[in-house]
Ligand binder design. Sequence first.
Ligand code: AVJ
Length: 321
Amino acid sequence: MATTTCVAPEMVAEVRAGLMRTGQKELPSKYLYDSVGSALFEVICTLPEYGLTRADERLLQIYSGEIVSKLTTPVVVAELGSGTGKKTRCILEALSSLQHSSYSYFPIEISASALTSCKRELGDIDFVSIVGLEREYLDGLLEVAARREPEQQLLVLFLGSTIGNFEHPADEKFLREVRNILCPGDALLLGTDLKKETPRLIRAYDDPLKVTAAFDMNILVRLNRELDADFVLENFEHVARFNENTSSIEMHLRSKVEQTVNIPGAELTVSFRAGETIWTESSHKFTREEICRLARATHFELLGQWIDQEWPFAENLLIAK
Ligand code: AVJ
C-alpha cells in the first residue's frame, strides 16, 4: 500500500466518477500520460500509420516564416503543453529572425520533466528566454497575462490537435476561456487534425505493432500501481472506433469477459459485462468550415489556415477580436 500514499485526491475522485457510471464507463485521457504513456506516445508519433505529428511538423517547418509575418512585434509567446519542442523550434526561430531582440517564451505544462526537457531542447535559440510554468493551461495563461507588457502582442501556441481531446461543446468553452484571458489583437496558433477516410484513421489509432494498444492499456497498469487495483491486462483489449455522430476517433478498453475488479485506493469494486468498454480518449476530426465557425463563436477572427495535403491537418492563426 505504500505506493498509494501520494495519489492526488482529484485522481481518486475522477476514477470513481468515471467507473461508477451506470452507462458508458470512462477514464479521463490525461491519465494516459505518465512517464511510460508519454514515452509510448513519442513512439506513436513515429509510426507510419500515425501521420498527425509529422503533418503538424511539416506545416510549421514550411510556413513558420509566413505565419509569424502576420504578427506585430514585440511578441511574447506562451505554449499550452510544451511537447518535445521540435515544432516550437520552427516558430521561435522564425520569430527571432523577425524581432531581433530578446523576448520571453512561457511553456505551460503540468509535467515538470517535460518542462526540463523543453528548456534543454530550445535553450539555444537566439533572443529567447524560457520561463517554464508548471500549471494547468488556463492558470498558466493567466500568469503570462499578468506578466506581459501592454505593448506586447501575445502569441499562444496550442499545437498537435490537443483541442481534439475536448468533447463538444467543451472545446468551445475552453477556447472562449483562452480568449477571455487575451487582449484584442493577440494571436492563437491552433493545430487541428482534419477529417479523413475512416479506415486510415482506425489504422492510426490501432496500429499493427500494437503501440497504441499498449499506450491505452497502460492506464490500467497505472491504476494497478497507483490505486493498488487488480486489473488483469489479458482480460481487456484495445479498440479504436470512429463515432460518426461526433466525428471523433474513440479509444476504448473492452472487457473480454464478465469480471470484477477491485480498486482499493479508490475504495471501489467495479463489475464489467463481457464486451463492456471503458472509454479512455476521444480525438475529434475537424472540417475546415467547422474551424471557421469555432473561431467565430469564440470571438476570434481566422486570419490564416495552412493545410497539409499528405495527412489532412490544419494550422489555424486566430486573432482575438
Ligand atoms: C496527442 C491528443 C493529439 O488524439 O491523436 C495518439 C493522442 N492517442 N494516439 C491524438 C493519441 C492515440 C493524440 N493527441
